[in-house]
Design a protein around this ligand. Structure first.
Ligand SMILES: Nc1nc2c(ncn2[C@@H]2O[C@H](COP(=O)(O)OP(=O)(O)OP(=O)(O)O)[C@@H](O)[C@H]2O)c(=O)[nH]1
Ligand SMILES: [Mg+2]
Length: 262
């Protein structure tokens, strides 16, 4: 049975949406990512967008640029996308209803954030993944190695975890705050294996995970990804989650919460 961590919608209420952007030296792209957020259109849908940039010890002026563009900047000195994300998730105010994450290199379109929230707001599911594979991807946005690696990882996850994902290495996610809070204590990954860890653990926790098609364009600034070493880490993460189960106590707690909500 799918886990229920959906919101109970109240059309009178303004919903708080926290957008988390992990950044390591993204001064070239981050201002555009923040400025393209559809703040006004979100308000008309009852959603307040608040952007949090997690600056991962950048040596350029990412923090300054992000602050000037209107984001709240949080510093995480320990390197790695996983560390930055976990710090961001832990820093969110209690009043947050939905959480979105995307990269700071302007490859994903922050203007599409509303499409990521819609299935959560309309109580369709509790986790949304932005899929580049089923979306609008420009020919030069992804290298051949990344394309093949993604195809391979996506298919082994689909077969072993039985989740309908089409892009397991995407950096665009959205959750209800409750779903993210249940996932958070299970996350260990420091770096680029974090997406694989999140998807496979959420599958094991039986979350209802669905995808929306998104756009993907070439990055602004230097890439941080090493296809060989990061690919090996992602594969090790996949292998380690094959045996993983949430601990008995955590499982019981969330099952009793599901029963209360049903
Ligand atoms: N490598 C790296 N990236 C980090 C770190 N902290 C945060 N990030 C961010 O994680 C996001 C994804 O990193 P990218 O280098 O774009 O990786 P990618 O999208 O898989 O690879 P590209 O196709 O080269 O863009 C970006 O917003 C980075 O700035 C870190 O310590 N190291
Ligand atoms: Mg990128």
């Amino acid at each position: 049975m799918a886990r229920i961590a959906r919101i109970k919608r109240n059309d009178q209420k303004m919903y708080e949406v926290a957008v988390i952007i992990p950044c390591y030296n993204e001064a070239k792209g981050i201002a555009d990512v923040i400025k393209k957020m559809p703040y006004k259109r979100a308000k008309r849908n009852h959603w307040n967008l608040h952007v949090y940039v997690i600056d991962n010890n950048s040596s350029d002026n990412t923090s300054e640029v992000a602050r000037q563009a209107g984001a709240t900047v949080i510093h995480e000195p320990k390197k790695g996308k996983g560390n930055a994300l976990r710090t961001g998730f832990a820093s969110l105010p209690e009043t947050t209803d939905f959480v979105v994450m995307l990269d700071g290199d302007d490859t994903y379109d922050s203007g599409e954030v509303l499409r990521m929230i819609e299935p959560l707001y309309n109580e369709f599911c509790s986790v949304v993944i932005g899929s580049r594979m089923g979306g609008k991807r420009t020919a030069d946005s992804m290298s051949f190695t990344s394309f093949v690696g993604n195809w391979f990882f996506t298919n082994i996850v689909r077969v072993t975890h039985k989740v309908p994902v089409t892009d397991v290495l995407t950096g665009y996610f959205a959750w209800t705050k409750q779903a993210l809070d249940e996932l958070r204590p299970h996350l260990r990954s420091d770096g680029f294996a974090i997406e694989m860890e999140m998807i496979t653990k959420m599958a094991r926790m039986k979350y209802d995970i669905y995808s929306v098609p998104i756009s993907y364009t070439p990055r602004a600034g230097e890439s941080n990804l090493n296809p060989i070493s990061d690919g090996a880490r992602i594969l090790r993460m996949f292998a380690s989650t094959l045996q993983w189960r949430p601990s008995g106590r955590q499982q019981a707690r969330s099952e009793s919460r599901n029963a209360e909500q049903a």
